[in-house]
Design a protein around this ligand. Structure first.
Ligand code: MG
Ligand code: MG
Length: 280
């Protein structure tokens, strides 16, 4: 379990935080039902960018989650991927803020590849405090609450104990930009890192990649230039509560709003940062 950081989270006791988690899990389960139904049907796909997809399921899930959370917490703040896509700017304040990716892994969803999830995070004092990541297709529920541990389908989880980079499993993604410079940067980095680790996975969901670090089936994760805070708000607290680290790929502090994130178990952080910096 991570030491609770100083922040407004201190104003909420353990049972208040557990209450937030219970409501978030209910919201995630509700959205999960929509995803499960849509998964086996023909999808109506729209493009947000050249390869960045959105479906009616993304939008329906965000609506369901926001309605549910707002009914319970009308005074809290809300940031959602699809609302932000429609309305533009958003800012993160110290207020309790629900940060929601109603469907992470939309490309997987469209292709029927079963790594899709709902990601619901709550920040208090800008610190990720409650996290729920739920894959309704293969029934995997990851949860974490600051100071209360991380769980996978109700059982406590820990990041891996691997301490050799060459035996580590790395996960990253190639993002949604297809200009030559971005693609070259991304693939050059992967090229250099591949000589240092055992192998590489791209599972198509940063939220689930973070949960993979938390439960120890992946050892190292980074992504630069992903969609927004909704991809990592929940995963960050789950990784930390599982004893893993969340940080900026440069080695600096993790900034939820920066669209840059890395995570690792507790043993490989420094070695991973060295290799990430060499691969610049
Ligand atoms: Mg999404
Ligand atoms: Mg996403």
């Amino acid at each position: 379990m991570a030491e609770p950081e100083s922040g407004m989270g201190e104003n909420y006791d353990a049972s208040a935080l557990a209450g937030f988690l219970a409501v978030a899990v209910e919201a995630a389960k509700g959205a999960g039902e929509i995803i499960r139904k849509g998964f086996y049907q023909t999808k109506h796909v729209e493009h947000k960018g050249q390869v960045d997809l959105v479906t009616e399921t993304d939008k329906a899930c965000e609506e369901l989650i926001f309605n549910y959370l707002k009914k319970h917490y009308p005074c809290h703040k809300f940031i959602g991927e699809e609302t932000s896509a429609a309305l533009g700017v958003f800012e993160l304040t110290d207020e309790p803020t629900w940060i929601v990716d109603p469907l992470d892994g939309t490309t997987n969803f469209v292709h029927g590849f079963p790594f899709v999830c709902v990601s619901i995070g709550l920040t208090i004092g800008k610190v990720p405090t409650v996290g729920v990541v739920y894959n309704p297709i293969i029934e995997e529920l990851f949860t974490g609450v600051l100071g209360q541990g991380a769980f996978f389908n109700g059982n406590p989880i820990k990041a891996s104990s691997q301490n050799e980079l060459i035996k580590a499993l790395l996960v990253t993604e190639v993002g949604t930009k297809r200009d030559k410079e971005t693609v070259n940067d991304t693939t050059n980095k992967i090229n250099k890192l591949l000589y240092k680790v055992r192998s590489l996975r791209m599972c198509g969901s940063l939220a689930l990649n973070f949960c993979g670090i938390a439960c120890g089936r992946l050892d190292l994760c980074y992504e630069i230039g992903f969609g927004g805070p909704w991809d990592v708000a929940a995963g960050a607290v789950i990784v930390r509560e599982a004893g893993g680290h969340v940080f900026d790929p440069s080695g600096g502090d993790f900034d939820l709003m920066s669209q840059r994130a890395a995570a690792s178990n507790s043993h490989l952080k420094d070695a991973f940062i060295r290799e990430l910096n060499k691969s610049e």
